[in-house]
Design a binder for this molecule. Structure first.
Ligand SMILES: [Zn+2]
Ligand SMILES: [Zn+2]
Length: 291
């Protein structure tokens, strides 16, 4: 079944997210587990998680197709011990929050080595993941590494880096990836042609394995191919664009297997329009959206 949705606000409570999702025409969503620019996070109460889960069921949403996005302060590659320890601690709590909501995937950015080098950063990420997974043996949440824009000292703009992290981790079966189309475009992956999309799928398959790709962040880019700026744009309004851009992407059968999540500027009203626009593109390309 085809899945599309957006990053949703939790300001009115986790339990409002399923109905808000259906209102914008979505059947999947992404949420933050806590205020994303703070180190503080707390587990939902029993009542809050039960209420959220019953809303999921009421609106026929699939727990395994929805996702939690980690807070922005987390940097598992950080050379600063204090930041690294706080990052590990917070990611571990986020995993417990994800589990208490009955959701399966927690997405995070691999991190920045801040000049210490890729190998240094990957080693720290691996140590962090090991602790976080050890502390979460009583749940089945999986971590998703998100590809990031090729800029600065960020790790994870290439699939080879993500593959190394997964391959060397203590529990590779609990780690997958998310592909962000804006970050990918920023890193030189051109999805405006069917050749470009084939190359992308091929590279994912040969590095991490296509089965490891669990989610797609569907974003246009405010900057040209390879710019490394990481500025999301409304679908069809950026450099990926509509007819030669997202049309090719959404008409690809393998891409359609994965849930698509918008992280574009704007709120529910704008996202609702974008979902309609994507469905139009799909229909134009010969696909169909189950209502
Ligand atoms: Zn992200
Ligand atoms: Zn993203």
């Amino acid at each position: 079944m085809f899945k599309i949705g957006a990053h949703m606000s939790t300001s009115r409570g986790f339990d409002k997210v399923p109905s808000d999702t259906v209102k914008i025409g979505g059947n999947t969503f992404q949420i933050f587990p806590h205020s994303p620019r703070m180190w503080r996070a707390s587990l939902p109460t029993e009542t809050q998680s039960e209420s959220f889960k019953s809303e999921m069921v009421k609106h026929s949403l699939d727990f395994q197709s929805c996702m939690v996005h980690s807070g922005y302060l987390i940097n598992l590659a950080s050379p600063n011990e204090e930041v690294w320890e706080k990052s590990v601690e917070l990611l571990s709590i986020e995993m417990k929050i994800t589990a208490s909501l009955g959701l399966k995937y927690l997405n995070f950015h691999p991190g920045s080595h801040l000049g210490e080098g890729v190998q240094y950063g990957i080693d720290k990420i691996l140590r962090g993941i090991e602790i976080v997974l050890l502390e979460n043996q009583d749940n089945e949440v999986e971590l998703l590494l998100e590809n990031v824009a090729a800029k600065g000292n960020h790790i994870g703009s290439r699939f080879s880096e993500l593959a190394t992290i997964i391959g060397k981790s203590v529990q590779p079966e609990r780690i997958g990836i998310t592909y962000d189309t804006c970050h990918g475009f920023d890193s030189g992956y051109d999805i405006r042609t069917s050749d470009g999309i084939s190359r992308l799928i091929d590279e994912i398959d040969k590095s991490v394995g296509y089965g490891k790709l669990k989610m797609i962040h569907l974003n246009d880019s405010k900057y040209p191919l390879g710019a490394g700026k990481d500025r999301h744009e409304i679908l069809g309004k950026g450099y990926i664009g509509s007819d030669e851009g997202f049309m090719e992407f959404v008409s690809n059968g393998r891409i359609r297997e994965k849930p698509w999540l918008l992280e574009t500027p704007g709120n529910d009203a704008e996202h609702s329009e974008e979902i309609k626009y994507i469905v139009e593109l799909m229909n134009k390309s010969g696909g169909s959206f189950p209502s």
